[in-house]
Design a protein. Structure first.
Length: 174
């Protein structure tokens, strides 16, 4: 078959027409569909990133909420400032119940701004036998959540079985 043959020309025209039709289908149908698919994939990836970010934010918000609740519960464990007289009363009652004399109690309040608490330094003079004073110190150590024994000064007057003890305690109030 030669190029001048009419059948060969028709075949060439048919092949060119099919090639043109394929090009048009590619240009008009497949390329826009491909672009749309890529755009949808990008949207999906963006949405997944947003979901992950929101989940992290939700988790961190939840962690903050839990931390605030724990702080509130922690602060609730401390007596209120209005209960200072009651706390001092309980300390002296405890000492007297153990047959330890409490001749004097002094106190000095100061703020602990970082913790939002008030520290009250108590100077408490007590007198009693060694065993009773030791028992009082043991009971005071059991109150460690809001009471701290800062200093213990011991004096043993000659000729008596009684000890004189000066306690410096710190009570933390909210």
């Amino acid at each position: 078959m030669s190029v001048t043959d009419p059948r060969a020309r028709r075949l060439w025209w048919a092949a060119a027409a099919l090639l043109l039709a394929n090009g048009l289908v590619l240009a008009l149908l497949l390329l826009p569909a491909r672009d749309q698919r890529l755009q949808q994939e990008n949207q999906l990836l963006d949405l997944q990133r947003r979901i992950r970010a929101l989940q992290r934010e939700g988790q961190s918000s939840e962690v903050l909420l839990i931390a605030f609740r724990e702080i509130e519960e922690f602060a609730q464990g401390y007596p209120r400032r209005a209960d200072l007289v009651g706390v001092i009363g309980r300390l002296t009652t405890l000492a007297r119940s153990l047959a330890v004399e409490v001749p004097a109690v002094e106190y000095r309040p100061s703020d602990v701004k970082e913790a939002g608490l008030t520290k009250v330094t108590l100077l408490m003079g007590v007198e009693g036998t060694y065993g009773k004073v030791r028992r009082l110190l043991y009971e005071l150590e059991g109150m460690r959540r809001h009471l701290v024994i800062e200093r213990v000064s011991l004096r043993d007057p000659k000729g008596t079985s009684q000890l004189q003890v000066q306690l410096q305690l710190a009570v933390y109030l909210r």
